[in-house]
Design a protein. Structure first.
Length: 571
């Protein structure tokens, strides 16, 4: 006589309620699994009574256990040597990541409490289960144990890609999306490694992984311009996202809110590259943006930044003053951080106490105390700066002046014997004064505390394949060149084409407006002059604005008129 469905419990009852299994078959399977001492889930899969995917979905809903597509994980990056092979085999369960005082264990049967208890006993760490499809768990365990036998980390990508993932030893969370059938994800690993290496070799600054409804796009930002490099199959989107999040030590179960992480790749014995990773929930998945942080960019030296000789002299003179404010301004991606880091490296000696507050710390500078701000615990720029002033500082760098509190503390520090370096997002040096005034900083404080303002842009540098352009004299004069310039044999170049560059450009060159706060400029600030009035005085004092500095680069054949229009908006 068939039993009533209510006599079944747990997963068996859920499968019957979901019409995935007949009541009699569920009861019979429970009895048979008990007799043969095989887990109920394993028995169902072996007898092909219910698909592994349906079992996992039903179990996840019944027990409220997070569901993970374990094919998105690489067996070689999970914690090793925590439990022995016999325990993994006997309990059909495997630890997959370790966070804080919790060890997350992949199981296919959420009622398998014995596995969690035994792993907890052997490791001494609290365990939490993560649900995985039976067949995928079996394949994952086999791959993990095989990698142990082969001696650990295997091939991480293409044969010509030599990467060492220094920071990847744990991962977290769930991946509820079905990423497809249980297949070998080595192609995904190779694809991501190839993208990272291609970006490094191409001197790109950012990588964008973007999912859409019917396509998936990968773009690199090279020399300040985005261009598409790959379109992998859209069904790989969840696996690409999960792989990058595992490498960045993010929670792969959390896809509703943005996350930040970091990847450290050792590409040779003497060089490693960091990637700052950010995820953003979008309509059809998660967009990931990776910013390449090359430590060598902070040690290029001032001669490599592109300052004109008079600008470099002003920069160095202000840098070595014992107190005052050193401000660098420009839009996002204009090289402000590199300019500040270059100055800090020049000042970095054992005789000086240097502290920085950054959001986030992009590049580690040996010998400098770098403090990452943490808004969640109340450690913002203002609070960090207040703490610095109790630490006997000589030089303080604040990542950005965003509000009146940070501005006031910075100015007070500059007025009490400290050198304060910081950035703002403004378009020119005169507009920096206006921005600070609009924040509420008194004019007399600005006039007496700021030493120098450096406004900057990055323009693409012409490749050696550049071509000479024939431009009418009237057009050149209209652009700002003098008749003397044109009559003296001025040569204007544009982008050429070769296999060594991208659209005729290779690398970037800095364009700067360097304004020293002179007594005359201080007077205009004290009189509450606007940015146009300040700009007029700057011109009289002989300080070139952004556009004038850019035209010097054009005259020297370093960049093109077209590129100057792009980065200066024609002004």
């Amino acid at each position: 006589m068939a039993a009533n469905p209510m006599q079944l419990s747990g997963l068996a009852r859920r499968l019957v309620d979901d019409h995935l299994l007949e009541n009699s078959a569920a009861r019979e399977a429970s009895i048979e699994a008990s007799k043969t001492r095989v887990p109920f889930v394993t028995h169902l899969v072996q007898k092909k009574l219910v698909s592994p995917k349906d079992i996992a979905n039903a179990a996840s809903e019944e027990f409220g256990t997070p569901l993970l597509d374990i094919t998105a994980l690489d067996p070689e990056v999970i914690p090793r040597n925590l439990v022995d092979e016999k325990l993994i085999r006997a309990n059909h369960a495997i630890p997959i990541f370790h966070r804080g005082n919790r060890l997350f264990v992949a199981v296919s049967d959420p009622t398998n409490r014995q596995a969690l208890d035994e792993i907890k006993f052997q490791t001494g760490v609290s365990t939490e289960e993560v649900l995985v499809e039976e067949n995928k768990l079996t394949a994952f365990i086999d791959a993990y144990l095989e990698s142990l036998e082969s001696g650990g980390l295997g091939d991480l990508g293409n044969d010509d890609v030599d990467l060492d993932l220094e920071a990847v030893d744990e991962a977290g969370g769930t991946e509820e999306e079905d990423a497809g059938a249980a297949t070998d994800d080595t192609p995904v690993v190779r694809f991501i490694n190839k993208m990272l290496m291609d970006a490094i070799r191409g001197n790109s600054s950012d990588l964008h992984f973007e999912p859409f409804e019917k396509s998936y796009r990968v773009r690199f930002r090279t020399d300040g311009v985005l261009h598409e490099v790959a379109r992998p199959p859209v069904n790989l989107a969840p696996r690409i996202s999960a792989r990058l999040k595992v490498m960045s030590q993010m929670d792969i179960s959390e896809r509703r809110v943005p996350q930040d992480g970091r990847i450290k790749l050792k590409i040779s014995k003497s060089k490693s590259i960091d990637f700052r990773v950010n995820t953003l929930p979008v309509l059809f998945g998660e967009k990931l943006c990776l910013r390449i942080l090359d430590p060598s960019s902070a040690k290029m030296g001032i001669d490599a930044l592109g300052y004109e000789e008079d600008q470099k002299a002003l920069y160095l003179e202000a840098l070595h003053r014992p107190q005052g404010m050193f401000l660098v301004t420009g839009p996002t991606g204009s090289g402000k951080t590199v300019s500040l880091y270059t100055g800090l490296n020049i000042l970095n000696t054992p005789e000086l106490n240097i502290s920085t507050a950054e959001d986030p710390v992009e590049i580690n500078l040996e010998g400098i105390n770098q403090c990452p701000v943490n808004h969640k615990v109340g450690l913002d720029f203002g609070e960090a700066l207040r703490s610095f002033l109790r630490q006997d500082p000589d030089i303080v760098m604040v990542g950005e002046i965003r509000d009146l509190e940070t501005a006031n503390i910075s100015i007070k520090a500059a007025q009490t014997g400290h050198m304060v370096m910081s950035t703002l997002h403004t378009n020119s040096a005169p507009e920096t004064i206006t921005r600070l005034r609009n924040m509420g900083v008194p004019a007399f404080n600005l006039a007496t505390s700021i030493n120098i303002i450096v406004a900057q842009r990055l323009a693409r540098r012409l490749c050696d394949c550049k071509v000479k352009l024939d431009i009418p004299k009237a057009a050149l004069i209209e652009k700002g060149f003098t008749e003397e310039d044109v009559d003296s044999g001025l040569e204007i170049y544009g982008p050429g084409e070769c296999d060594r560059c991208s659209s005729g450009y290779k690398g970037r060159v800095g364009i700067y407006e360097v304004v020293k706060i002179t007594p005359e400029i201080s007077r205009i600030i004290m009189e509450d002059g606007n940015s146009l009035e300040i700009a007029e005085v700057c011109a009289k004092e002989g300080f070139k604005n952004i556009f004038e500095s850019a035209m010097v680069k054009v005259k020297n054949g370093l960049t093109s008129l077209e590129e100057v229009d792009r980065v200066t908006s024609g002004h």
